[in-house]
Design a protein around this ligand. Structure first.
Ligand code: SF4
Length: 483
């Protein structure tokens, strides 16, 4: 039996992070925060807590609820400070050694690190570090930072971390814990989100504000690109140790990754998604009887489209919420049932109707094809697909699991070719300018865009050193080559 993903046909955010300093229930609150960030990674999770003298760690494969709902697990994580991490990665025999937070014993004491993002020069750095004697325990790019901290000549932890961060290139939102401080750091381009909050006098850090909502904490603000916050018993200090860059926040966080009830970069994700639907309706109108979202991620854009087009919004596809993102497939013969396990057509709504199907994105196109087939089998008279992001023509190298470029449908076909393959009567995507407008930028600056939009435009804001030099992630481990 093998564990396979039902829907590999989406970009997947790889991680969510959480940190808390100065609360007697630090580990329990971290578990709740991670639970709210479960959508950012479902394959493994971990918490490292500090009671000022000792660090305590629990890390395991599986979801937060599977690993941290037992009070006995939380009791083994005492202390007033903790950090946590949810991870998505490709499955494999080396999975366990990559679970975060990572922990290292240094001469200055223990240090735990959790990372959302991806370092684009990790292979090169790793090879250099190994050549000079470093021994790596994982295949994770994050471990590069652990070694760079160890080798830094600076006297204190924060300077060592800054020194290490100045050597890496890529996207990173980090939370780190030493015996007496919690550190949050965002890369100079601010690609991945990281927010600061407060609860009962304790400071918190998290990938998204929903992690604060679940525990009744207040969102204070976003960390700025290139900002480092250092939180100790005597309060919070903010530093800007990097050369200032123009922010390039990941625009896909608005389209798909972040939860709709999160506030991101000062905007409600739900409202942005609704505006995307409204823009899409203006750009790609079509006569139809109903607007149907592909649940759940297509729902807010479909509401926006329906409102703008004055066409009724209907739930023509019902999602089974009791199927996780992974399931056990007994054999290859029934693998094609994957989509039906998760979605079912609501024929009472669809029969005889001209349907506008709204989805957030098309990656390989396999899921879209099956969903369209399902909607037609349920009796839809016409199926028109509208996509709430521009065609995904390029892979992401900044902390998102994406197929190789040659597997992206939009990199191989034009819109009419894709429409034929998916089997729809018409297919339209929102334009890149329309997406920017929905995100609050009336005019996209083409030569220096306000967001990272590389998966739609191929304009990568941060150097892809490893990729450009022909290094592959598999080179992060000799073992990985034998998978
Ligand atoms: Fe986000 Fe840029 Fe990656 Fe696309 S390429 S998913 S916009 S970080």
């Amino acid at each position: 039996m093998s564990i396979k993903h039902t829907l590999k046909d989406k970009f997947r955010d790889e991680c969510g992070v959480f940190g808390i300093f100065g609360h007697p229930e630090a580990a329990a609150l971290t578990a709740l925060g991670l639970h709210a960030l479960q959508h950012r990674g479902q394959e493994s999770c971990g918490i490292v807590a500090s009671d000022s003298e000792m660090f305590h760690s629990h890390r395991a494969t599986g979801r937060v609820g599977d690993n941290f709902s037992d009070a006995r697990v939380i009791e083994k994580l005492p202390g007033y400070s903790a950090i946590g991490h949810n991870r998505y990665s490709t499955t494999g025999p080396n999975e366990e050694r990559n679970i975060q937070p990572m922990f290292a014993d240094y001469a200055f004491g223990g240090f735990a690190l959790a990372h959302n993002g991806n370092l684009t020069n990790a292979v090169k750095l790793r090879q250099e570090l190994m050549a000079s004697g470093s021994i790596f325990n994982s295949t994770s790019d994050t471990e590069t930072l652990i070694h760079l901290v160890a080798l830094s000549p600076y006297p204190n932890v924060t300077d060592k971390l800054v020194d290490a961060a100045k050597k890496v290139v890529g996207a990173y939102s980090l939370v780190a814990l030493s015996r007496d401080m919690l550190i949050g750091m965002r890369d100079p381009f601010g690609v991945r989100p990281l927010v600061l909050g407060q609860l009962d006098g304790a400071w918190l850090l998290a990938s998204e504000s929903v992690a604060f909502d679940i525990i009744g904490a207040n969102l204070v603000r976003e960390l700025e690109p290139g900002e480092m916050v250092v939180i100790k018993d005597n309060g919070l200090e903010s530093f800007h140790p990097f050369t200032t860059q123009k922010q390039r926040f990941c625009i896909f966080e608005f389209v798909y990754f972040s939860r709709p009830d999160s506030e991101v970069e000062g905007s409600s994700v739900y409202n942005v998604r609704k505006r995307i639907g409204q823009e899409l309706a203006k750009e790609a109108p079509i006569e139809a009887d109903i607007v149907v979202p592909v649940p759940d991620s297509g729902v807010p854009a479909a509401i926006g489209y329906a409102e703008e087009a004055s066409i009724p919004f209907e739930l023509g596809i019902i999602r089974n919420h009791y199927v996780g993102r992974t399931f056990i497939e007994p054999s290859d013969q029934i693998r094609h049932l994957g989509v039906k396990l998760k979605h079912n057509a609501n024929s009472g709504t669809l029969k005889g109707k001209r349907v506008i199907l709204v989805d957030d994105s098309i990656v390989r196109g396999t899921t879209s094809t099956k969903i369209v087939e399902m909607v037609r089998s349920a009796g839809a008279a016409e199926v028109h697909m509208r996509i709430a992001s521009p065609p995904t023509t390029h892979s992401c190298f900044y902390g998102v699991d994406t197929p190789e470029r040659d597997q992206l449908l939009a990199a191989r076909y034009d819109t009419s070719g894709m429409a034929d393959l998916i089997g729809v009567d018409s297919l339209s995507y929102i334009s890149i300018d329309g997406l920017y407008r929905a995100c609050g930028e009336q005019n996209r600056n083409i030569s220096s865009p306000q967001f990272c939009d590389a998966c739609f435009t191929g304009q990568y804001p941060i150097t892809l050193s490893d990729h450009d030099e022909g290094h592959t992630p598999a080179q992060l481990s000799l073992l990985a080559e034998n998978r």
